[in-house]
Unconditional design. Structure first.
Length: 222
């Protein structure tokens, strides 16, 4: 059975989708309150369907937290028509954006497509060499030793670790970090990368080369 977490404050809409997906052996657990949804053991679910207009917390904030902490696909389901919401959601790390109203058949197709992609990614990672980096809670370990990072450094490095080998654009990195200076964000990012490189280089000068700049795009961890 596929287990889906849904955070949607329209119970009738959630019930309609839940009943439709049940025929495909997909169980949907919905929370109208985003805080309850985030405390419901997110990692036990296979995918998140997330509304943007929620009580007490914007859906983009929820998306950012889930992407930062968990490796799971996220589909934004929203009636908000502002193109900037879509741009921001995808920049933060959402995998898909389906405007309301939509046909449940399309949501089902997108769910299955994303789960196949994530499954292939996991199979590939099983054959990959073990990373020297490990994230435990709010600490990143490098070759078994805890790195002493500022909140902004942690956010940047954790994003690079979770997507090791894949270039992250400057915009993706900046939008994911809630602790980066609002003023001169581009310059702040370069300073943070430099400090992280220095902390990696304290263990071995060659390790500072692990974070590579991709000209005109951003950075990647290799």
């Amino acid at each position: 059975m596929i287990n889906i977490l849904m955070i949607e404050d329209d119970p009738e809409f959630a019930e309609l989708l839940t009943e439709y997906l049940a025929q495909y052996d997909i169980k949907v657990t919905n929370f109208e309150d985003p805080f309850l949804g985030l405390s419901a053991g997110v990692k036990k679910y296979d995918l998140l369907i997330l509304d943007l207009t929620l009580p007490g917390m914007d859906g983009l904030e929820v998306c950012e937290e889930v992407v930062r902490k968990y490796n799971m696909p996220v589909i934004i389901s929203s009636a908000r028509s502002d193109i900037q919401d879509k741009v921001d959601a995808l920049a933060i790390g959402a995998d898909d954006y389906l405007p309301k109203p939509y046909d449940p058949k399309e949501m089902y197709a997108r769910i299955m497509s994303l789960l196949r992609r994530y499954s292939k990614s996991k199979d590939t990672n099983l054959n990959a060499p073990k990373s020297d980096f490990e994230i435990k809670g709010d600490t990143i370990y490098f070759k078994g030793d805890a790195l002493h990072l500022t909140p902004a450094e942690f956010e940047v490095l954790s994003l690079l670790v979770k997507h090791q080998g894949v270039t992250q654009s400057r915009e993706q990195i900046i939008n994911t970090s809630g602790n980066m200076s609002i003023d001169s964000q581009g310059k702040s990012l370069d300073v943070i990368i430099s400090k992280i490189r220095s902390k990696l280089g304290e263990k071995n000068p060659d390790d500072a080369k692990r974070i590579q700049a991709v000209r005109g795009v951003g950075y990647k961890l290799v």
